[in-house]
Design a protein around this ligand. Structure first.
Ligand code: COA
Ligand code: AMP
Length: 635
């Protein structure tokens, strides 16, 4: 197994020179049904597979093996709900019991290995139980973030074609209870795919009315009601889950994660990237609907025998900006992973850190931040107030685990705020010029990963290798295109500067301009529209819309206000509340290239007060000039 006395440089070099040896060694951190004799299968390059001859069960690695090894009574999962004022701890034995029973329920409902199960849940323990139960029987889960509206849920249901949907009666937000069941029903009515059954967790905050195909979670899970299911052996290359993420188009991409590479990489990362050992308490404040939640609320901490905290609440307002610190103290958290936005929200409410000082945070060894750029101010504030290392890590839904980080479990580098530090073992990060040649240190370009990607990264896209190849592998032969722009400095530190495409990042949540634009375009008054992500002090970016209304009609100011309100409401209803538009500007025309591509990036640069890059192919520069004042003005 990799040795912590190894330095990062030699580990990184070995991972690239001898990926076979490196990852076969790391594979000893996983319990296999059939141990891998080979690591990398390059026979279908540029599509690679890891551990092609091995078999395992992911749930066994997350739960059973720890119970067998004597951790039965160790807390595995702590569900802390600030919004309902409750907390419940599941030991490894208790969590295994729940998961095995739900796995039995799924089998009784006809779900088998390879079948899909959609999970649409708030941050409750049942969400984790659902994911692990699918893994136990080899079913492929697809968790849809609870904040997504029915249209988005329906699109994912149609793509994944699940046999069963697992959901809950409601989510509890800071200010209100959100009924999930009507949204699920609306999505099912909208989807063309016919779902067999739904199992609904009835929460005391609001009971859902159940239909013919629905089952009450408590009833089907009652002791004796179902035969618990054992672990089903799957190939390492079989899919564990599909997680949809946003591209530029309105059609989400289903990232496919395998079982074997995922278990190896995440187990390895918990120790080497995050410096955690079995028995440590780990708290990821994110959502199970995002990759950070999949990897670091659920799978990695459980693979590694940690105790993981599932928090239902916000960083502020539930009840105050001390919520995270209360959790760290109460459960003895050693590692906290969250998004920079959460820290910015806490900083805004408690700039002096007085709520930090009120808590005993002596258990906390490191704060990890991911999901969006960590700005130097937020880094400095967190470091100063918490007095522990603050570690930025850069990755994406596609990779499933960090690409670039300060690997505290191997070696700690001097931080350079604004940089996520160095490429981790397994990743050959290169910055390329538009012609595909590597650029000099310090020169910005497209950040790419030389193939093959390490274990745990996406195997393909659900529904077809062609889309995977055309979306990620075609821009530069032999490289995976991350979609981010950045540079590597003379010391080998990687600096990520932003997306090269039109993907939005709002409070660490990835949203597609296409989905928001589709919602706007459905309004009868809209002729054309564009959404851009403009800089926001709290959320990093917020979406802003520019719309051209259909000709042939004059609008009064009041009518324009109504149209704006209707457009904002449409986006909330069609995509979700977290996609709320900051501004809607009615304009005469949108700037385009001669081939009709809307110049979103140029408009975004103008809105953010940067020098705009205007392509030579612009169709009519006066259109852009006319937008200058509008874009510079924020409401
Ligand atoms: N289900 C239903 N609705 C949800 C939801 C969910 N799971 N999550 C968010 N929403 C709704 C909120 O209720 C809110 O609705 P409102 O406009 O009607 O009040 C809207 O979506 C926006 O929510 P949010 O982004 O949470 O904004 P906020 O202003 O309420 O809170 C922060 C601001 C900074 C506290 C919040 O954005 C936050 O916690 N950010 C951290 C994000 C994070 O952890 N990202 C993880 C990526 S790794
Ligand atoms: P997601 O797939 O939702 O995790 O979003 C991934 C995208 O978020 C990346 O492609 C980056 O654009 C951005 N991102 C994530 N983490 C960081 C980070 N540490 N620094 C800069 N950008 C980040």
């Amino acid at each position: 197994m990799t040795d912590v006395t190894f330095d990062h440089a030699s580990l990184h070099a070995r991972s690239l020179d001898d990926p076979e040896g490196f990852w076969l060694e790391a594979a000893s951190g996983v319990d296999w049904i059939t141990r891998p004799k080979r690591a990398l299968d390059a026979s279908s390059a540029p599509l690679y597979r890891w551990f092609p001859d091995a078999r395992l069960n992911t749930c066994y690695n997350a739960l059973d093996r720890h119970v067998i090894a004597g951790r039965a009574d160790q807390p595995a999962l702590i569900h802390d709900s600030a919004v309902t004022g409750t907390s419940r701890t599941y030991t490894y034995a208790e969590l295994l019991d729940e998961v095995a029973r739900l796995a039995g329920v799924l089998q009784a409902l006809g779900a088998e290995k390879g079948d899909r199960v959609v999970i649409y849940m708030p941050m409750i323990a049942e969400a984790v139980i659902s994911m692990l139960a699918c893994a136990r029987i080899g079913a492929v889960h697809s968790v849809v973030f609870g904040g997504f509206a029915p249209t988005e849920l329906a699109a994912r249901i149609d793509d994944a074609q699940p046999k069963v949907v697992l959901s809950a009666s409601c989510g509890v937000e800071r200010t209100r209870v959100i009924e999930y069941k009507p949204m699920l029903d609306a999505a099912l009515a909208r989807a063309s795919h016919e779902v067999g059954h739904c199992v609904i967790v009835q929460r005391p905050q609001c009971e859902a009315s159940l239909g013919e195909k629905d089952f009450d979670w408590a009833q089907v899970m009652a002791p004796g009601a179902v035969q618990p299911a054992g672990c089903v052996a799957v190939a390492a290359t079989d899919p564990l889950y599909i997680l949809y993420t946003s591209g530029t188009t309105g059609r989400p991409k289903g990232i496919v994660r395998d079982n074997g590479g995922h278990a190896v990489a995440l187990t390895w990362s918990m120790k080497h990237v995050y410096g955690m050992e079995a028995g440590d308490v780990w708290f990821t404040a994110s959502d199970v609907g995002w990759v950070v939640g999949h990897s670091y609320i659920v799978y990695a901490p459980l693979f590694a025998g940690l105790t993981t905290v599932l928090y239902e609440g916000k960083p502020v307002g539930t009840p105050d900006a001390g919520a995270f610190w209360r959790i760290v103290e109460q459960y003895g958290v050693a590692g906290l992973l969250t998004a920079p936005t959460a820290i910015r929200a806490i900083k805004k409410e408690d700039p002096d850190g007085s709520l930090i000082a009120e808590h005993d945070l002596s258990s906390l060894r490191t704060l990890f931040l991911a999901g969006e750029r960590l700005d130097p101010d937020t880094y400095a504030w967190a470091h100063d107030k918490l007095g522990v290392p603050v570690v930025d890590n850069w990755w994406q839904t596609e990779t499933g685990w960090p690409i670039v980080a300060n690997p505290v479990g191997i070696e700690s580098f001097a931080p350079k705020p604004g940089s996520a530090t160095k490429p981790l073992p397994g990743y050959d990060v290169q910055v390329l010029a538009p012609d595909g040649s590597p650029v000099e240190p310090g020169v910005e370009g497209a950040v790419c990963l030389k193939l093959p990607l390490p274990p745990g990264t996406l195997a393909t896209l659900w529904g077809g290798d062609e889309r995977y190849v055309s979306s990620y592998l075609s821009a530069f032969e032999g490289y995976y295109l991350t979609g981010d722009s950045g540079y590597i400095d003379d010391d080998g530190y990687v600096w990520i500067m932003g997306r090269t495409d039109d993907v939005l990042n709002v409070a660490g949540h990835r949203l597609s301009t296409g989905a928001l634009e589709a919602a706007l375009a459905g309004h009868p008054a809209v002729a054309e529209c564009a959404v851009i992500g403009v800089a926001d002090q709290l959320k990093g970016q917020v979406p802003r819309a520019l719309v051209v209304l259909k000709a042939g009609r004059e609008y009064t100011d009041d009518e324009l206000l109504t149209v704006r309100d209707e457009l904002k409401a449409r986006v909330r209803a069609e995509v979700g509340a977290l996609a709320s538009l900051s501004d809607v500007d009615v304009v005469q025309a949108l700037p385009k290239t001669r081939s009709g591509k809307i110049l979103r990036k140029t408009m975004r640069q103008m809105a953010d007060g940067e020098t705009p890059q205007v392509p030579g192919t612009i169709e009519d520069a006066s259109v852009l000039d006319a937008l200058g004042d509008v874009l510079r003005h924020h409401s």
